[in-house]
Each structure stands twice: as structure tokens, then as C-alpha cells.
Design a protein around this ligand. Structure first.
Ligand SMILES: Cc1cc2nc3c(=O)[nH]c(=O)nc-3n(C[C@H](O)[C@H](O)[C@H](O)COP(=O)(O)OP(=O)(O)OC[C@H]3O[C@@H](n4cnc5c(N)ncnc54)[C@H](O)[C@@H]3O)c2cc1C
Length: 316
């Protein structure tokens, strides 16, 4: 991005209500710990500021992409030209009216689940232990333990590239297995409503702990990963196919296939995005050679492979 573009955005009044960093290494903002720098990293402190940032970026012709907690992305080593809008702790309000819960997009799913435990509201227990933000969970229609966001979300407020707010009802969200309208249309999630039910607080808490514990037993939760790398193919499990193909323990640079769960790539130290993408391709090929199935990645690959000439990406 030309510096002038940054100046255009910086001068926007809306940015007074946002935290701004330049040349920010995205490895600091992704669970895999990889990713080159963002030219401009903007974390709005209000929904109005978020809408203004988007509107100014669009008007200035500067590209932007949204990052939640970065737990389902591989940001490439060249980083991101333009603006990364971080929707995280700055936009994390959670409130309740009866059994309707409203959460800003940057609220962590874990925090939402914890709050529901305290309120004795049932419906979101399946999501306990899914890392990331409410916005990211809706984009991915995140799910586990027979539940997914499509079962509990009631509405979403999204922002268009021109900065206008749009309220979408559940049946407008096109929520299917790890997919949603937000993967196909340029809409930024600002806030969402969840329709839950009154439950017994002790039972909600017990189910929540059970789910979290089960994750610790089956997933490499102490290591840097992006969760499941591949989607479930029809009638099978990516983890089973990968394990049967001998993928466990395979390594490219600092990236390795977890010994605990074959559908997890972990950064065992010093991995680059290039290592991770290389390993993904290697195991995709192995599964294809053995089963004639081409696994489809669940993780999103963002940014550019190469840094602009003459720049220091800070990667590595
Ligand atoms: C250890 C581990 C376990 C996991 N287990 C599960 C699991 O059980 N089930 C599951 O479904 N996933 C799982 N995941 C993957 C991940 O946690 C989820 O997909 C999560 O919902 C992503 O949220 P995020 O905020 O990190 O999104 P990010 O990774 O930041 O973003 C994901 C995508 O959404 C977009 N995005 C993010 N926020 C917004 C927004 N507000 N508006 C518009 N677009 C946005 C981004 O541009 C990107 O394309 C796991 C990950 C890890 C590391």
C-alpha cells in the first residue's frame, strides 16, 4: 500500500476511536503464530468507528480484511497490504434480555459461554472450548459436539463496504457446514443475537466443563494450531484419512502433523506460513494417492506469499 493511502485513512476522524499500529506482525495475532505484517492494523473501539473505518477505506480505494482472534487462518509470510481490521477485545460487549443474548463480534466465544453458564442459559454448551471470536464463529458456522452456530444464532448486524448497517435474520445467513454468507459476500459482522433457553445453571456448567475436558483429551490444545485443517469429507473424517495415510508426525520446517490428532498442523517452533502450506499440500497429496479424495481446507489462507520488494516483513 502506498503511504499516502495510510495517511488518508489516518486522517479519518473515525480513527480517533480506534487503536492503530503500522507494519504490525500478524504472527502476533494468529493462533499458529505465523504471518507477515499488516500495513495498517486497526482495532476500532465502537461499532460506529468500525463502520467509519470500512467506509473510509472503501472511499479511499484501500483494501481491507477483517481478523477476529486469528484461530482459523494462515496469514502468509508476505503479510497483508492495506488494512487489517481487528475485531477483538475492543468490541466485546455481551448483554442479555431474558433468554436473548446479544454479543459484539469481538467477544470471545469462551467468554460468551462462560457468561451463559452464569446466567443459566442453555444452548451454547457445544461451543465451550472453541477458540476465537463470535464474528469468526459465525463466518465459519463453527461447531462441535453435534452443535453449530446455526442452531443458536437469531440475527446478525453486518456492515457493508459503504459503511451501512444491515440486519440479517438467521435464514438469511446461509449457514451450512463450516460455511456462511460471510464467506461469499463482503459483509463485516458487528454484532449478533442468540436465542437461548432457560436452563439449570449447574447442568449448563457441568456440560460446559465436560465439553472442554473432552477437547483436552483429544486435541493438542497446548500447542499452536488453527484447529482442524481440513473439512470433513462426505461420509468420512479427515483425521481418519490422514492417520491412515501415515500423516502423523510428518514435518516441513517448523510445521508438523500432530501426533495427538492427525487433522491438526502444529507450529512446533519457528514455522513459517510457507512451511505450513507446504505440509498441507504434502498430506493432501498423500490422502489423494491412497484414497482418491482431495481434502478441502477449513482454514482460510490470507495475505500474500511474498513481501513487496525491498521491505522487511519481520517474518520468521
Ligand atoms: C485448538 C483449536 C480448536 C478448534 N476447534 C474448533 C471446533 O471445534 N470447531 C470449529 O468450528 N472450529 C474450531 N477451531 C477453529 C476456530 O477456532 C473457529 O473457526 C473460530 O470460530 C474462528 O474464530 P476467529 O475469531 O479466530 O476467526 P479468524 O480466524 O480471525 O477469522 C476466520 C475468518 O472469518 C473472518 N472474520 C473474522 N471475524 C469477522 C467479522 N467480525 N466479520 C467478518 N468476517 C470476519 C476472517 O476474515 C476469516 O476469513 C479451532 C481452532 C483451534 C486453534
Amino acid at each position: 500500500m502506498a503511504l499516502m493511502d495510510a495517511d488518508v485513512i489516518r486522517s479519518a476522524a473515525a480513527l480517533e476511536d480506534a487503536d492503530i499500529l503500522t507494519n504490525e506482525p500478524l504472527s502476533k495475532h494468529t493462533s499458529l503464530g505465523v504471518g507477515g505484517p499488516a500495513d495498517l492494523f486497526v482495532a476500532p473501539r465502537s461499532i460506529a468507528a468500525l463502520a467509519e473505518v470500512i467506509r473510509h477505506a472503501t472511499e479511499a480505494g484501500v483494501s481491507y480484511l477483517v481478523l477476529g482472534e486469528g484461530t482459523n487462518v494462515i496469514v502468509q509470510d508476505g503479510g497483508v497490504r492495506g488494512i487489517v481490521i481487528h475485531i477483538g477485545d475492543n468490541l466485546s460487549g455481551i448483554s442479555r434480555e431474558g433468554t436473548q443474548v446479544t454479543a459484539q463480534a469481538g467477544a470471545r466465544v469462551a467468554m460468551l459461554c462462560r457468561q451463559c453458564c452464569e446466567w443459566g442459559l442453555t444452548g451454547l454448551e457445544f461451543a465451550a472450548g472453541i477458540p476465537g471470536s463470535v464474528g469468526g464463529a459465525l463466518v465459519m458456522n463453527a461447531g462441535a459436539y453435534d452443535g453449530e452456530m446455526s442452531q443458536v444464532v437469531d440475527w446478525v448486524t453486518a456492515i457493508t463496504p459503504s459503511g451501512d448497517m444491515q440486519r440479517l435474520a438467521r435464514d438469511e445467513l446461509a449457514l451450512t457446514y463450516r460455511d456462511s454468507i460471510f464467506q461469499h459476500e463482503d459483509l463485516t459482522i458487528a454484532e449478533a443475537g442468540f436465542a437461548l433457553e432457560e436452563g439449570d445453571a449447574r447442568e449448563v456448567r457441568a456440560r460446559t466443563y465436560e465439553v472442554v475436558e473432552s477437547r483436552c483429551d483429544t486435541q493438542p490444545v497446548a500447542q499452536r494450531s488453527a484447529g482442524s485443517i481440513f473439512k470433513r469429507p462426505d461420509g468420512d473424517y479427515a483425521g481418519r484419512l490422514l492417520e491412515a495415510s501415515g500423516a502423523k508426525g510428518l514435518q516441513v520446517g517448523g510445521a508438523t502433523i500432530s501426533e495427538k490428532h492427525a487433522n491438526f498442523v502444529v507450529n512446533c517452533g519457528g514455522a513459517t506460513a510457507g512451511d505450513i502450506l507446504g505440509l498441507i499440500e504434502l498430506v493432501q497429496q498423500r490422502v489423494h494417492d491412497r484414497f482418491d479424495i482431495w481434502l478441502e481446507p477449513e482454514v482460510m489462507v490470507l495475505g500474500e506469499a511474498d513481501a513487496p520488494e525491498g521491505s522487511d516483513t519481520g517474518a520468521g
